[in-house]
Design a protein around this ligand. Sequence first.
Ligand SMILES: [Ca+2]
Length: 198
Amino acid sequence: MKFPAQNKLLGLVAALAILSAGSAQAALVNAGFETGDLTSWNSFGDSITVVTTDPNTGAYHADLSADDADPNYAGMYQDQAASGGQLWNGSIWARLVSSPGGNAMIRLKLEFIVGGSPVQIDDALLTTVSGSYTQLTVSGIAPVGATIARLTPVVELNGELGSMQGFFDDAALTLIPEPAAITMLAPAALMLIRRRRV
Ligand SMILES: [Ca+2]
């Protein structure tokens, strides 16, 4: 072999490309509701629509409303294939439009499906009515046996009387490549690049 270092470098670059391709697969579909409907989202509870009133970006956003008649909440979720031990980050831009206060809130949940049941690993709350959007972020490691990562934004009255409304836009649910793999590969690749420049 005339250029063994170069071959090793190509191998490392290929390995890094595979890692980044793995995270790219995790992009949510219709994350900003720009189809104008709930394509790729599953909805539950009171009222979930896609409207043009006040998007965070683009032309559309999701409008979730709940009242104090059962079930007192409205939510939606989108899934990605996952496995135990993976680190996932989730986020969404949210705006609490109206609320009776108290325990009423917007909640963003990061859940994993384990043995057919959702297990909540992290959540982020928004309780303040505002005229502008705030980004909510969640993060967590998939439990052993997890098969699905689930991002679930919800408006919840939690026993308060009256009604509430929340806007949502620009969601993300991303598999983070294993830090161990990156920290092992990156210095080796840099060393080989430096060696080639000598
Ligand atoms: Ca949008």
